[in-house]
Design a protein around this ligand. Structure first.
Ligand SMILES: Cc1cc2nc3c(=O)[nH]c(=O)nc-3n(C[C@H](O)[C@H](O)[C@H](O)COP(=O)(O)OP(=O)(O)OC[C@H]3O[C@@H](n4cnc5c(N)ncnc54)[C@H](O)[C@@H]3O)c2cc1C
Length: 543
C-alpha cells in the first residue's frame, strides 16, 4: 500500500472515531493506557509482587551519601546495582522514576493484584539462543525458561495472504525470485555481503542504501516482509544498521520465555541487590546532576544526594527531564545527539476464550497453528499470540505491535478516546486478518476482549541517525566515559545499538561499565547451545 493511501485510511479512521465519540462515552473501567519514558507517565501500575515495597518520594532521609548513584532502574541500572551491591552495600543508591523497576521490561496481568494471573510483556518478552548473558542470569536467579513449539506465521502484503513469503512475490512485479527459494535472504545477503557494502558511507541513510542496492521493489518487499517497519522508514545510518544486522542475523532460532515474564529478571536482581544492602528509591525521578567539589550532587523531588560516582542508566529521551551541568555536558556531545529512538505501540488483550487456537495453516503437517501474523494493510501491523504454557494459560494476545510512526500516533490518539474505540477498531482489523482465504477455518468470529491494555513506548529502541558519521562501536565506547576521566558512565540499550531492541544490549552495556570502570571481571557468555538450531527464516529472529 502506498504511504498516501495509508495516511488517508488513518485519517478517515480517526475521523470516524471522533464521530462515534460524541455518542458513546469512553469506557473508563477496563481501559488502561500507559506512556512510559516520555515527559511524564500518566499511569501508576498496581504492585504485582516485586520484592521490595515501593518507597515513596518522602521515604528516608532528605540528604544521602552514596558511593555510586544509579539513575534509572531498567535492566541496565538494576543489573548495575545488583553487581555492585555485594561489595559496596548501602553505598549503592538507585533512583527510579516509576513506582516499579523494569523500564521497558514491563509485564502486565489481567489482575495485577493476583499473583496467579500470568504476566505478559508490553515490552520485552523473550530470550534468544545467542543471548548467553540472559541464560546465565536466568540460572543465577533461578528463573525457569519455557521453549514453546514452533508455529505458523501468516503474512498479508498488499492485500494478499500467505504462510510463505515466497508466495507473496507476485505482489512485487519486477522482483526476481531467488533460485534457492528464499528471496528475502538473498536480498539481505546482497545488502550485507555484496560489494556495495564497502560504499555505505556514500548513502545518506539505510533506506537510500537499500534502494540503491536492491532497487525500489526490493526495498518494498523487504520492508513489507519485515514486522519492523521503522528499520526501513526512519533516517538510520546505513553502516550502523548493517553492523547491527551482522549480529542480529544469527540471533535466533529457538526463543525462550521466562515464567513470570521478563520482569522475573528485574525482580530477582532487585531482591538480591536489596538483600546486599543497596538502597533503591522508587517513584523518585532525578531532576538534576551537577558536579561539585568532591563528587556529584543529584536532585530528586525530596532529596539531595551526594555521590562519588554516577551511572546514568536512562535513555537519551529521559535527559529532557534531567538538568544540571553533568547532563548538559553529555547532551551537548555528538555521540549523544547521534542516537534516535523509535516510537512503538503495543496493545495487549485478554479474552474469555482462546478463539485463535483453531486457526491453522491447512498446508502444514506440523507446527500448523498460527501464533504470529503481520500485515501491511492495517495499523495492527503485527499480532503475537503467546503460546508458551505460562502466558498461554492467561488467554492473552499482543494484538498490536507497531513501530510505524503514523500508526503509533494513530493508536495513541485512538486510545485517548477510550477503550471502546480501540477495541472496535481492533475487532475490525483482527476480523480482516483472520478471514483471509488461506487459513483454516475460513470464517473466524472475533469476540470482544475482557481487557485491553495500550502501551505507548516513545523510544522503544534506538539506532544511530543517518549522516552522523559515527559507528555503533564509537558510540558504545564513548558511553563508558562520556566525560573523559570523570567517574560518570551511561548504561543501557540506547548506547549499545549494535544490540538495539534487546535487553541483552542493556546487560552488556552494564557489564562493560562494571568491568572497565568498577574493577569487576564479569564474563559475557556466548551462545549456551552447543549446536544452535538452524535458522530457517529471517522472521524467526527479532523480538
Ligand atoms: C515493545 C518492545 C519489545 C521488546 N522485546 C524484547 C525482547 O523480546 N527481549 C529482550 O531482551 N528485549 C526486548 N526489548 C528491549 C528491552 O526491553 C530493552 O532493551 C531494555 O529493557 C532496556 O533497558 P535499559 O535499562 O537500557 O532502559 P530502560 O528500560 O528504558 O530503563 C531506563 C529506566 O530509567 C527510568 N528513568 C528515566 N528517567 C529517569 C529519571 N529522571 N530518574 C530516575 N529514573 C528515570 C525509567 O523509568 C526506566 O525505568 C523490547 C523492548 C520493547 C519496547
Amino acid at each position: 500500500m502506498g504511504k498516501a493511501h495509508y495516511l488517508l485510511l488513518l485519517s478517515l479512521s480517526l475521523a470516524a472515531c471522533d464521530d462515534n465519540d460524541g455518542d458513546t462515552p469512553p469506557n473508563q473501567t477496563d481501559a488502561v493506557v500507559a506512556t512510559d519514558g516520555g515527559a511524564e507517565s500518566d499511569m501508576a501500575i498496581a504492585s504485582d509482587g516485586g520484592p521490595t515495597p515501593d518507597a515513596g518520594p518522602d521515604a528516608g532521609p532528605q540528604t544521602l551519601q552514596c558511593a555510586v548513584a544509579i539513575v534509572g532502574g531498567g535492566a541496565g541500572g538494576t543489573h548495575t546495582a545488583f553487581r555492585l551491591a555485594p561489595t559496596l552495600g548501602d553505598g549503592v543508591c538507585l533512583f527510579e522514576r516509576e513506582a516499579k523497576l523494569g523500564g521497558r521490561i514491563k509485564d502486565v496481568a489481567f489482575d495485577d493484584n493476583d499473583p496467579t494471573s500470568p504476566r505478559v510483556g508490553t515490552g520485552a518478552r523473550r530470550v534468544m539462543e545467542t543471548q548467553g548473558v540472559l541464560f546465565a542470569l536466568a540460572d543465577e536467579l533461578d528463573i525457569t525458561l519455557e521453549t514453546p513449539p514452533d508455529a505458523a506465521n501468516l503474512t498479508e502484503a498488499r492485500g494478499a495472504f500467505a504462510f510463505s513469503k515466497e508466495a507473496l512475490l507476485p505482489q512485487y512485479p519486477g522482483l526476481m525470485a531467488d533460485a534457492g527459494g528464499d528471496t528475502e535472504t538473498a536480498l539481505y545477503d546482497a545488502l550485507r555481503l555484496g560489494p556495495e557494502r564497502a560504499t555505505t558511507g556514500n548513502y545518506p541513510n539505510f533506506e537510500a542504501y537499500v534502494r540503491a542496492v536492491v532497487g525500489d521493489v526490493g526495498y518494498d518487499y523487504l520492508r513489507d516482509m519485515s514486522r519492523f517497519r521503522a528499520d526501513f522508514e526512519y533516517d538510520l545510518d546505513a553502516e550502523g544498521y548493517l553492523d547491527y544486522l551482522d549480529e542480529e542475523w544469527d540471533v535466533c532460532c529457538e526463543p525462550s520465555y521466562p515464567q513470570g515474564g521478563m520482569s522475573s529478571f528485574i525482580f530477582g536482581m532487585e531482591a538480591r541487590a536489596t538483600a546486599d544492602g543497596a538502597r533503591i528509591f522508587k517513584g523518585e525521578a532525578v531532576t538534576a546532576v551537577n558536579k561539585v567539589a568532591d563528587g556529584y550532587e543529584l536532585t530528586t523531588a525530596n532529596r539531595t544526594v551526594h555521590a562519588d560516582k554516577v551511572v546514568l542508566a536512562v535513555p537519551p529521551s529521559a535527559f529532557e527531564q534531567i538538568g544540571g551541568d553533568v547532563a548538559d555536558r553529555i547532551k551537548a556531545q555528538p555521540e549523544f545527539q547521534a542516537i534516535v529512538g523509535v516510537k512503538v505501540v503495543t496493545i495487549t488483550q485478554w479474552w474469555e476464550n482462546a478463539w485463535w487456537s483453531v486457526i491453522r495453516n491447512p498446508m502444514a503437517d506440523t507446527d500448523a497453528n498460527v501464533w504470529r501474523a503481520w500485515t501491511t494493510e492495517h495499523c495492527l501491523n503485527f499480532i503475537e499470540i503467546p503460546i508458551e504454557p505460562y502466558a498461554a494459560a492467561g488467554k492473552i494476545t499482543r494484538s498490536v505491535y507497531d513501530d510505524n510512526l503514523d500508526c503509533a500516533i494513530f493508536w495513541e490518539q485512538l486510545a485517548a478516546q477510550g477503550t471502546e474505540a480501540v477495541e472496535a477498531e481492533l475487532n475490525t482489523q483482527l476480523t480482516a486478518l483472520f478471514n483471509n482465504g488461506v487459513s483454516d477455518p475460513a470464517t473466524v468470529e472475533i469476540p470482544m476482549p475482557i481487557k485491553t491494555f495500550v502501551q505507548v513506548w516513545p523510544d522503544a529502541w534506538h539506532w544511530i541517525k543517518g549522516g552522523t558519521g559515527l559507528s555503533n562501536a564509537e558510540v558504545f565506547t564513548w558511553s563508558v566515559a562520556p566525560l573523559g576521566e570523570e567517574p560518570v558512565s551511561l548504561v543501557g540499550e540506547a548506547y549499545n545499538v549494535r544490540r538495539s531492541g534487546w535487553s541483552d544490549g542493556a546487560y552488556k552495556s552494564s557489564i562493560r561499565v562494571l568491568n572497565e570502570k568498577y574493577g569487576l571481571t564479569l564474563n559475557i557468555p556466548g551462545s549456551t547451545k552447543a549446536a544452535r538450531t538452524h535458522r530457517r527464516l529471517w522472521s524467526q529472529g527479532r523480538h
